[in-house]
Design a protein around this ligand. Sequence first.
Ligand SMILES: Cc1cc2nc3c(=O)[nH]c(=O)nc-3n(C[C@H](O)[C@H](O)[C@H](O)COP(=O)(O)O)c2cc1C
Length: 337
Amino acid sequence: MTNPLSELPVPLLQAPMAGGPSTAALAVAVARAGGLGMLAAGYKTVEAMAQEIREVAVKTDRFGVNLFVPERDPSDPGELEAYARALAPVAAELGVAAPQPGEFSDDHYAAKLDHLATHSVPLVSFTFGLPSPDDVARLRSAGTVVVLNATDEAEVRAALVLDPDAIVVQGTEAGGHRATHGQAKTPLEISTADLVSAVRETTALPLIAAGGVADRETAEDLMERGADAVQVGTLFLTTEEAGTKPAHREALLSGRFGETVVTRVFSGRAARALRNAFTDRLEVEQISGYPQVHHMTAPLRAASAQDPAGLNLWAGTGFAACRETTATDVVEQFRGL
Ligand SMILES: Cc1cc2nc3c(=O)[nH]c(=O)nc-3n(C[C@H](O)[C@H](O)[C@H](O)COP(=O)(O)O)c2cc1C
């Protein structure tokens, strides 16, 4: 297998976007347009992940799969109880049962890794932390390119110890969850541009810049600072191939949402979303409780399906550039970087 990163016609990775937006159709469309398509294994069963891989692999080998590393920082039971109490009135208004603090879950990490290590996927990336050296070695021996995420220089140093093929450096502008190694950390507010510049001084490894890449000019600046490619998420949310929920899509395109916030209210882990009634109402709680809070708020989010006021509207700071378009059109904006 060749390294899909070294032969990209367009130096762009479509960000893996768990929770619906990432689809096989999106990954294939991005790959066909010259970028690298990513599947998101997060929140899926092993079989659902395997099915998507089969769907994409018959059409392209320019793709990868992203895994959530199990949370290393334990959630505090007392804080989870308190957050359950804070969510209770919201649940009552929506007519759903009051949330209870749930069990820890590792998102079937070991079984997903086993599948990937035995099915020769072109690229695997990890977020929320680092895999073990053994996990990396198993993927490598299957011919898989290994990509790690980092949000600050200390995380880059920790990632370098594993000798990855590339590092995604994620700046504060990024939509969705911050890739921070451990939920207990408050993610730095360093911009993607400053992070790329700082990291480029310390390593020659391929760097993939993620966060706020919403136009060509931003991407060019990042490449000049030493990025080898960009990873774009938010712009793909409103493409026809994405599986983004209608209310999320509409919110991004509506012009009715003025700003994004980094918030823990939906999942217990820092993530950037459009500021809405739910983020405002629960913000004081600043709960560190991943993944339990993700499961606690799931029925509330489901009950709000058509109402953007109660949804986790993940979005990067560049969301105003979102258009109703195709994945090919998004990739085309970055051709020739
Ligand atoms: C809806 C959404 C879901 C995301 N899910 C994941 C994920 O499953 N795994 C991951 O590594 N990153 C995830 N991210 C973060 C992206 O990989 C990337 O860092 C971010 O989208 C880049 O910033 P941008 O949104 O401004 O382009 C997600 C981002 C969004 C917007």
